[in-house]
Design a protein around this ligand. Structure first.
Ligand SMILES: Nc1ncnc2c1ncn2[C@@H]1O[C@H](COP(=O)(O)OP(=O)(O)OP(=O)(O)O)[C@@H](O)[C@H]1O
Ligand SMILES: [Mg+2]
Ligand SMILES: [Zn+2]
Length: 510
């Protein structure tokens, strides 16, 4: 007997529908899965057999063929386990056929028949809404799927529950699809609040500038200076997420399989900190079944690259295009995919391999050659794209033991929100545009400097031999600094502060 079950799978961030046909005929007992399955789909044969047996169903010893249509698209992952199991039961006459109409099933089966979460549940929910199908999902995917409204989503814990629902013997839990209100979930986590960072006002000021204008930043300092500590707290001073930003973030994380059991649904901006051994594909995305890389997982949040010079060169170079475009294009033989990647890049490095080159307390053990090689690892084009270069000295004992209350993230965020409002008024035509994203034309129009400011800029250009990009970066950062000071004109002191954030242009180590 022949049966047909509807399912869906993800490609990139979006999903496409898949029909699962199962044919059971007389012949040697064997099972074949066709229709370009990957290894995980092929292995589903064994999982499904055990899950069916352990859920109390027995299949006749016959020849079984499972076809995943459309047959010309590669299928990945274990999410077809549930629909394949249902297809087998249906082809054996164990399911009422009328309920199967207009329902998409997806879920991985454990050997005991329970359902495990799948990747891309939010994209599946969007597909179900568009095609007006009901969606049946594992219970552990509930929270991410519930963000999609105007769609019927049912969740189950195991295969047996789904079978009894199809046969009209019981009901399944229906998801309340809703939007979580951002205000409700914004209580900051005390463990990552700026109030914990003692002293280091220069670095905190830089963090505030970065958050206000969406600039990129590199911290340079000795071990233990607090580079990692401050970087981790930057998301806590970024503006609140809008609903559309939040949905974009969850969709990317859902496609990467990182949302099961409600992870990342706390409405905070992502903070990603990949290890320096990460591959280029891990960083920018791609692969035979294209996955979002770290740059997309930090969309609307912070990508923190600790020990920056240790990263692989190709992984770093891969950041160049997305830093300018806010997205990454993954080229495929048949079609191209675009993953969003608008992230705030924060890097950290020591000034030399031993870490103490700039330390007044400890002597540096490195040779000149070692220091040069260390710095050569970070290429000029990447440094050029980083707006603020900030030196963090080791914290002084008196600062560390100071009992004064430090400013909290919530207080800093208020000022950041205010600076963002000024930028929103400046660029009314483009939602959420920031100073860092200004084009050269925008810079000419909006970065008007005082006469003295101009003179200073000219001197810096000559003295520091800045590139054109370096010049524009100074103007953009100065624009943000003057917005923070609520000044329409960019004044001399704003330019002076922006210039001092170009440390690495000055070859200060050599
Ligand atoms: N300004 C500070 N206020 C309070 N604690 C601090 C400060 N700076 C550093 N610390 C403490 O020192 C620890 C180490 O800091 P952190 O890991 O940020 O250093 P780092 O600069 O990243 O060093 P490395 O170069 O070794 O990675 C922190 O976990 C924190 O407990
Ligand atoms: Mg560190
Ligand atoms: Zn050294």
């Amino acid at each position: 007997m022949l049966s047909k079950i509807y399912s869906a799978s993800c490609f990139g961030l979006d999903s496409f529908s898949v029909e699962i046909e199962v044919d059971i005929t007389n012949g040697l007992p064997q099972t074949a899965i066709v229709g370009l399955p990957d290894q995980a789909v092929r292995e589903s044969r064994e999982r499904v057999k055990s899950a069916l047996k352990n859920s109390g169903f027995s299949l006749p010893p016959k020849k079984i063929t499972v076809n995943l249509a459309p047959a010309n698209v590669k299928k990945e992952g274990p999410s077809f386990d549930l629909p394949i199991a249902l297809g087998l039961l249906s082809a054996s006459g164990l399911l009422k056929p009328d309920t199967l109409h207009k329902v998409i099933f997806a879920g991985e089966l454990a050997l005991d028949g329970s359902l495990r979460s799948i990747k891309g549940a939010l994209a599946l929910a969007q597909l179900a809404r568009k095609s007006k199908f009901t969606l049946v999902l594992p219970y552990s995917n509930s929270r991410e799927a519930s963000l999609e409204s105007e769609v019927t989503i049912l969740t189950a814990n195991n295969l047996k529950e789904v079978v009894s629902w199809i046969n009209g013997e019981s009901t399944l839990k229906r998801l309340n699809t809703h939007w979580l209100s951002p205000e409700k979930n914004l209580e900051t986590d005390d463990s990552t609040d700026f109030s914990e960072v003692k002293g280091q006002f220069h670095a905190k000021r830089a963090a505030e500038i970065v958050a206000s204008g969406e600039h990129n930043l590199i911290f340079i300092g000795p071990p233990g200076a607090g580079k990692t500590m401050i970087a981790k707290r930057i998301p806590s001073i970024l503006p609140d997420l809008s609903q559309s930003e939040y949905l974009e973030i969850v969709k990317i994380h859902s496609a990467a399989g990182l949302c099961a059991n409600g992870h990342l649904l706390n409405l905070r901006r992502p903070f990603r900190s990949p290890h320096h051994t990460i591959s280029q594909i891990g960083m920018v995305g791609g692969g035979s079944f294209p996955r979002p890389g770290e740059i997309s997982l930090s969309h609307h949040g912070v990508l923190f690259l600790d020990e920056f010079p240790e990263f692989r060169r190709d992984a770093i170079e891969g950041l160049r295009a997305p830093l300018e475009d806010g997205c990454i294009l993954i080229s495929r033989a048949k079609e191209n995919l675009v993953f969003p990647a608008q992230f705030l890049l924060v890097c950290a490095m020591n000034p030399c391999p031993c870490g103490f080159l700039t330390s007044p307390q400890r002597a540096c053990q490195c040779s000149m050659n070692q220091i040069h090689n260390y710095h050569r690892k970070i290429s000029g084009p990447i440094l050029d794209r980083i707006d603020l270069h900030v030196e963090i000295p080791a914290i002084q004992y008196k600062d560390l033991t100071n009992q004064n209350v430090q400013e909290s993230s919530a207080d800093i965020r208020k000022r950041v929100n205010h600076a963002r409002e000024i930028q929103q008024k400046r660029f009314p035509a483009s939602f959420n545009k920031t100073n860092a994203l200004m084009s050269v034309k925008d810079i000419r129009k909006f970065c008007v400097t005082t006469k003295n400011g101009n003179l200073l800029l000219e001197q810096a250009m000559k003295g520091l031999q800045l590139s054109a990009r370096g010049y524009y970066k100074i103007l953009k950062v100065a624009r943000t600094i003057s917005d923070m000071a609520e000044s329409e004109m960019i004044r001399e002191e704003h330019i002076a502060e922006a210039i001092q954030y170009r440390t690495l242009d000055r070859n200060w180590w050599g």
